[in-house]
Design a protein around this ligand. Structure first.
Ligand code: ADP
Ligand code: TRP
Length: 324
């Protein structure tokens, strides 16, 4: 099965990205064909500082590699190193109804937050569809926030195939119940842009402060704690296996549990969980040559696959005028 997904290089990666997408991708690489990329063209819709974009792209590459993405077992690249994707975006644009894009929640949310309503932001889902279709992605691991984008990609692929003949595989979203929406420290969806994220590679002091700031309800210590909507419980559970999760549930339901104590435990758990990766992350950040070479090799592999789908699409729409 060909598994494919991308992540924006618009800020430091966090627990929502990790459990919603990155960890699942890394786990998939063992028994599947894995295609993983860093979407810096997409990041251009919200990042207008060139230096930040460069740094965040490089750091996201280090993050993935440090967390265990193996460039020999997968195809791992940076979106802008495969510019064919922008050509496919144009071909797809002509079978994409404006109404479909106007219904995008993500576009409405971002413009409501003050992000400029550019054509790039509006056609973001078309570029995302091109990302998937250009490599024949079958299953796309994402968090729930990307569900609608995946539906748009499917609609575009179906419309293209219908108009021009069978060209693309129709992709499917792969959303996992437990990590579909990882809450941030304020209880909203964790996001790079909401200031509520717990970053994977935060330093010790920042991580401790963030965990201590997780919102809790005001249930008195000597009463059972609610589980529904409990941000602390939800975040803690992400690090546990099913048996440990049951034990945690029992602790929350037993009067006497102090949220402050649980927060300290959670801080240690997160810090230790990422400890081995942190060391590798530090090493990679200093080995620029290795990281850049790895990304270049990945792009070469990705371009081979891309050219197959792009040539097919160019032929099917009739750009190959020489074949008259
Ligand atoms: P952000 O919202 O922080 O900018 P992205 O849009 O770059 O994150 O998301 C990258 C990937 O991580 C996507 O697959 C997205 O669905 C997933 N993701 C982001 N935030 C969360 C979250 N809070 N819970 C689950 N998955 C998430
Ligand atoms: N829109 C996705 C996000 O914000 C990132 C993305 C771009 C993507 N292209 C993709 C995800 C292709 C999956 C497949 O997270």
């Amino acid at each position: 099965m060909r598994i494919l997904s991308g992540i924006q290089t618009s800020g430091s990666l966090h627990l929502g990205n990790y459990f919603g997408m990155m960890k699942r991708m890394i786990d998939y690489q063992e028994n599947n064909e894995l295609f993983c990329f860093l979407v810096n063209y997409h990041a251009l819709t919200t990042v207008f500082d060139a230096e930040s974009l460069r740094r965040q792209t490089y750091e996201a590459a280090c993050d993935f590699l440090a967390l265990g993405l193996d460039p020999d077992k997968s195809v791992f690249w940076i979106q802008s190193d495969v510019p064919e994707v922008t050509e496919l975006t144009w071909l797809l644009s002509n079978v994409t109804g404006v109404g479909l894009l106007e219904r995008s929640h993500s576009y409405k949310d971002k413009t409501a937050k003050g992000i400029p309503a550019s054509n790039g932001l509006f056609s973001y889902p078309v570029l995302m569809a091109a990302d998937i279709l250009l490599f024949g992605g079958e299953k796309v691991p994402v968090g729930k926030d990307q569900k609608q984008h995946l539906e748009i990609a499917r609609d575009i692929a179906i419309r293209f195939n219908h108009t021009y003949g069978e060209t693309f595989i129709i992709p499917e979203a792969d959303i996992e119940e437990d990590s579909a929406v990882v809450p941030g420290i304020d209880g909203q969806k964790m996001s790079k842009s909401y200031g509520n994220a717990i970053e994977i590679f935060a330093d010790e002091k920042t991580l401790r402060e963030k965990v201590m700031r997780i919102v809790t309800d005001s249930t008195p210590v000597d009463e059972p704690k609610p589980l529904e909507g409990n941000v602390l419980f939800k975040l803690y559970s992400l690090f546990l296996d099913p048996r440990e999760k049951i034990a945690l549930k029992e602790r929350f339901l037993t009067p006497g549990l102090k949220y402050g104590v649980v927060k300290k435990e959670l801080f240690s758990l997160i810090w230790e969980y990422f400890e081995p990766y942190r060391k590798e992350r530090k090493r990679l950040a200093q080995d620029k040559q290795f990281v850049l070479e790895t990304m270049r090799k990945g792009a070469r592999k990705a371009r081979e696959v891309a050219s197959i789908y792009l040539e097919r699409a160019r032929h099917n729409v009739g750009l190959d005028y020489w074949n008259i």
